[in-house]
Design a protein around this ligand. Structure first.
Ligand code: NAP
Length: 312
């Protein structure tokens, strides 16, 4: 029985698959071209894909009727056609929880980087332009007292809220369902009107696709900050470029649309956009835990048990 893992993973979780007698093929490249995925997936019983592998009906059919489980190496599952999996009786699992803290940390890192113009400051020093201390050099936003609006108050949204409170920020949120939390639950439009910083933490679904469209980006407070560590598809990128050219103070983006953001993209030219290459969960310990969780899920399904973290 063969399992395809579409990237090398940190840690030794995959050894447990081999110990159970499974043949494990690990793709060694930086990315896996579609044609190669379609070829390598043939005949597998399990697949461990990353967020960059589009796992649709074609991939499932190419795998054939033996495919029983798609154990995502991520909490987000927008890259998998869940309906197609359900229709074929294929289980889909994910890695919730273990990456919450790491992703919340990165969100705060982006917030601080944008608000305090960290990248501009680093470049200023490194490029030899640091000639004097000046009271008006690279002034940024003081976080204390600002209102943070969280869109999608799940695991990561709540972890971000906790951190923001330590910085003296006021927290408000928008989610489909109000939570028993000590923060005001607002309609999205009310949140946009109140928040100095809007941070996106909802999954990418047909409902949230381009949630931050042109109208909503420009409905944000002038001089506000947008953070996106959820999925690039939540934001209209073209409209964001325009909003960053005058309306907003800045944006911190760990995810983009398109992703990867190609070299020469207009967003890179904007000093007030701080962009990281989808590093939300990129703590070594976190990534090792994600691997262990994906393996637990995969083995459970192959052994006929209910997986610990099912999506479908
Ligand atoms: P989660 O616990 O499921 O939280 C997501 C929240 O969004 C839930 O509270 C959900 O339900 C809410 N939501 C869903 N649809 C919404 C909508 N239309 N409007 C407003 N809120 C909506 O998931 P999580 O673990 O926090 O992860 C959130 C997302 O972060 C993942 O889906 C993934 O795409 C992304 N992520 C990115 C990275 C990275 O590397 N940058 C790492 C991890 C995760 P309610 O509306 O009922 O509250």
């Amino acid at each position: 029985m063969r399992v395809l893992v579409t990237r090398t993973l940190p840690g030794n979780a995959l050894d447990r698959l081999r110990e159970r007698g499974l043949e494990v093929e690990v793709h060694q490249g930086l990315f896996l071209p579609r044609e190669e995925l379609l070829r390598k997936v043939q005949g597998v019983v399990g697949l461990i894909p990353t967020v960059e592998d589009r796992v649709d009906a074609e991939v499932m059919d190419r795998a054939g009727p033996g495919l029983r489980v798609i154990a995502c190496y991520s909490v987000g599952v927008d890259h998998v056609d869940l309906e197609a999996a359900k229709a074929r009786g294929i289980r889909v699992t994910h890695t919730p929880g273990v990456l919450t803290e790491a992703t919340a940390d990165l969100t705060l890192a982006l917030l601080l980087a944008v608000a305090r113009r960290l990248v501009e400051g680093v470049e200023h020093a490194r490029e030899g332009r640091w000639q004097a201390w000046h009271p008006e050099l690279l002034l940024g936003l003081d976080l204390g007292g600002l209102t943070l609006g969280i869109v999608g108050m799940g695991r990561i949204g709540q972890a971000v809220a906790q951190r923001a409170q330590a910085f003296g920020m006021r927290v408000v949120y928008h989610s489909r369902t109000p939570k028993p939390l000590p923060y005001p639950h607002l309609a999205l439009e009310a949140l946009l009107a109140q928040a100095d910083v809007v941070s996106l933490h909802a999954p990418l679904t047909p409902e949230t696709h381009r949630l931050m469209n042109r109208e909503r980006l420009f409905a944000m407070k002038p001089g506000g900050i947008l953070l996106n560590t959820a999925r690039g598809g939540l934001v209209d990128t073209e409209a964001l470029v325009e909003a960053l050219e005058g309306h907003l103070f800045g944006a911190g983006l760990d995810v983009t649309d398109p992703e990867p953001l190609p070299p020469g993209h207009p967003l890179y030219a904007l000093k007030n956009a701080v962009i990281t290459p989808h590093l939300g969960s990129a703590g070594r310990r976190t990534r090792e835990r994600m691997a262990a969780m994906a393996v637990d899920n995969l083995l459970a399904v192959l052994e006929g048990q209910e997986p610990p973290n099912p999506v479908v």
